[in-house]
Design a protein around this ligand. Structure first.
Ligand SMILES: Nc1ncnc2c1ncn2[C@@H]1O[C@H](COP(=O)(O)OP(=O)(O)OP(=O)(O)O)[C@@H](O)[C@H]1O
Ligand SMILES: [Mg+2]
Length: 236
């Protein structure tokens, strides 16, 4: 199967710091994987290489056939359409309702979409994350878990082949974190590959998905789905 994401000998250097070190990996379409490792291991940098927030110092990063390492600015919109992004702190626009936050993202990725169509698709996305009733609420009126659901709706409303999430449950209690993880699993079930950087090892063990372990910018372990608990048991 053609990989959706492929890193080929990728390094990213900041001055003296090697944030990502000669890393190669492949993620298949529709796959869900966790990215774990100590603080400073390079998890966020790896995700930022995927949406071209940073460029590699060496190597190649391919996303759905696009060469991110070599993508001209004029083609960045093509990449943005292929990669939904979710952050730890949600990053919703506080003066827009839940519906407007999601619709705004659609308008940005598709300049020709009508207001009616954008609203309709945004409502569908909010319904899919269980927040149809909160469409008219502002972020400040929602719980942390609800805000993250809106952010996930915003990330997937244009049905990208890939969703990347950097510590998406970092600001949430354990039960809410588990619910948000379940939502990400549902998204993967419907065909969007999901890559989640996290420190929450309890959730990683419970989810039984593929686990990519980073240390000092290197991929030091790659445990297939279904074997995460054994790995954690072995290392504890
Ligand atoms: N913009 C930057 N400028 C300089 N150094 C950076 C920059 N971004 C990351 N680094 C360095 O690269 C290394 C990897 O950082 P990164 O943020 O990718 O780690 P992380 O695994 O996401 O850590 P955490 O779990 O704390 O979020 C760290 O040593 C960090 O200080
Ligand atoms: Mg990080």
């Amino acid at each position: 199967m053609t990989p959706l994401v492929e890193f080929v000998g990728v390094s990213r250097v900041y001055g003296q710091v090697v944030a990502v070190d000669d890393l190669s990996l492949r993620v298949s379409p529709g796959e869900m994987a966790f990215l774990v490792g100590p603080s400073g291991a390079g998890k966020s940098t790896l995700l930022r290489l995927i949406n071209r927030e940073v460029r590699p110092s060496h190597g190649e990063v391919w996303v759905d056939g696009l060469p991110c390492h070599d993508l001209p600015v004029t083609r960045l919109a093509e990449l943005r359409r292929r990669v939904g992004v979710v952050f730890q702190d949600f990053k919703l626009l506080p003066r827009l309702t839940a519906l407007e936050n999601v619709a705004f993202a659609l308008h940005v990725t598709d300049l020709r979409i009508s207001d009616d169509e954008a609203d309709e698709r945004s409502l569908d996305a909010l319904e899919a994350v269980g927040l149809y009733e909160k469409a008219a609420s502002y972020p400040g009126e929602l719980s942390g878990g609800q805000q993250q659901r809106v952010a996930i709706a915003r990330a997937v409303v244009s049905q990208p082949p890939l969703l990347i999430a950097d510590e998406p449950t970092g600001n949430l209690d354990q039960e809410t974190a588990w619910q948000i993880t379940g939502l990400l699993e549902d998204i993967a079930k419907f065909g969007t590959a999901v890559l989640v950087a996290t420190h929450n090892m309890e959730i990683v063990a419970r989810a039984q998905r593929r686990v990519l372990s980073l240390a000092s910018g290197r991929l030091v372990d790659d445990v297939p789905a279904g074997r995460a608990a054994r790995m954690l048991w072995a290392t504890s």
